[in-house]
Structure formats: C-alpha cells, structure tokens
Design a protein around this ligand. Structure first.
Ligand SMILES: [Zn+2]
Length: 279
C-alpha cells in the first residue's frame, strides 16, 4: 500500500517511523520542504550532525535503513505551492492513505482538498501547546472534511459553553501549532496514536484483506489529555471521542459540493478559512 505523508517534523517523523514498519506499506511519498535546524534536534530523531540536511532526505534514509524494500519518493515542496498542485494531485490519486503532520492551517486545508478530491482516507495528528495533550483526527472520503471539523470545534465553544465534556473547553487550541514546545515524550504519545489510527484505516477489521475505510467505527476526532491544566483538562490521561458530522452547507464536502479544482478549490479554502473566524 502507498502512504502519502505531509510533514516530517518532530511529530511527522515519529508517525512515519511507526507506520513505515508495517509490512503492508510498500510505497511512501513524503512532502517536506524544510531543512533540519539546530533547534529541531531536541525533539527529533536525528543527531546534531544531520543539521543542514533536508528533513525529507533524512527521513528517506531512516526508512530505507529499516525497510530496504520500500519505495520512497520525496517531494521537496510546499503543499500550498500553486505550480505543484497537479503533481500533488497525482500523488494523492496514487496513494491508499494519507498522513498529515503539518503544523499550519493552510497546509491542512490543502492536504484535505487533495485527498478528498482523490477519494482517499487520511489522518491528522496535533500536539497541543506545551504538550498538555493532543488530537488525532480521521478523515474519510464520505465524511466531514477538515473545514467541517475545525469549524465544529470552534462552534462548540461559542454556542455551547456548557456542552463540552468537563475536561476541556478550548478545543480550538488543538488546531493551532504548538507555540510552547512540547516534550518529545508528549509528541511520541500523540504520534503513536496517530500511527495506530492510520494503520487501522488500512485494515480496520484486523483481517488480511483491507476493509472498506468507511467501516471504521468510533470517532472523527480523538482528544487526549496528558496533563492537568485548570480550565482545559481537569483530568490527565483521559480521552474524548467526537463524531463530527459534515456541515450541510459546507462548500467542500456538503451534499451539493463538487470536487473542487482551480478557482473552485481556492473558493472552498477561503470559505473554510472564513468559517474558522479570526484565526
Ligand atoms: Zn466539510
């Protein structure tokens, strides 16, 4: 099976390391433009001597050491780059499952648009600022898009202040990048859950033949607390499962939505961003 992954930062490389060990994965395409920096070393797999090399190349070498049989293709590119979209669309069409480990909203929306247009399932992991917890989201072709999930989480805060589970009231924090560095331990917890959820999409029934991804039960978004933070998490090590529906008027995934391309894709992204409000 073919994995398309976006991002090989501290979380992305941890997910990639775990998923790439599964023998069902035979092809990997990794989109990652960044160079390994000195400040990455503390939470990443690679030593200080790797600073200055491309993260994608380091990831390729790491995976090929584990799995010499795997076909590993790197794209040194920004997922939002307009001139590369046709190439990215071909990658999405060729993959069986996607992993998003991007750290910014534009990249998540772009990845969602590509995988949705290709009709492929994908997963997203997000570590909360300071490593207090994190999210794992699953996106299936017939289910809510990233814009629906992001706006749902924010609406819950605005419209239902008493409604959320008692352990958190700031789900919007999950879709911002970690502004306070998380420990590698916290990153690894969320990355491991992200990897498990990804592998489940390959074979949700635990059978030898991949089952229909739409059959995966349980959750759209899984929130995990790792620490007590007053007003956010009252209890550590607790999970919340959210099943988030498609927004009926979503231009990206709603019943009347066509597969967006070109200007329509730009409009859909603008719409989704607008529904995210002030972010
Ligand atoms: Zn949607």
């Amino acid at each position: 099976m073919h994995l398309l992954q976006l991002g090989a930062g501290s979380g992305g490389i941890a997910v990639l390391d775990l998923v790439a060990r599964d023998p069902r994965i035979t092809h990997i395409t990794l989109i990652e433009p960044d160079v390994y920096q000195p400040h990455n070393v503390y939470r990443h797999l690679f030593p200080p001597s790797a600073v200055g090399q491309l993260k994608a190349e380091l990831a390729r070498q790491w995976v090929e050491t584990l799995r010499p049989d795997i076909h590993f293709h790197t794209l040194i590119a920004d997922i939002t780059a307009p001139q590369r979209q046709a190439e990215f669309a071909r990658c999405a069409a060729a993959c069986d499952v996607g992993v998003c480990a991007a750290d910014n909203e534009a990249a998540k929306f772009a990845f969602d648009a590509l995988l949705r247009a290709a009709g492929k399932p994908w997963t997203l992991g997000e570590v909360l600022s300071g490593g207090i917890g994190g999210w794992v989201h699953r996106f299936l072709p017939q289910a809510a898009c990233y814009g629906c999930v992001a706006s749902y989480l924010q609406r819950e805060v605005v419209e239902q202040p008493a409604g959320p589970p008692p352990d958190y009231n700031q789900p919007q924090a999950a879709i911002t990048e970690t502004t306070i560095p998380a420990s590698k331990a916290a990153i690894a917890v969320i990355a491991s859950l992200h990897a498990v959820a990804t592998l489940e999409l390959l074979d949700p029934a635990g059978e030898s033949e991949p089952a229909c991804p739409e059959a995966v039960p349980g959750f759209t978004s899984l929130l995990v607390s790792l620490r007590v933070v007053p007003g956010v998490f009252e209890v550590p090590y607790r999970t919340h499962r959210l099943v988030i529906p498609r927004s009926a008027d979503c231009l990206t995934c709603g019943p009347t939505a066509a597969l967006p391309t070109g200007d329509a894709l730009d409009a859909a992204v603008d719409d989704a961003l607008a529904r995210l409000g002030s972010r």
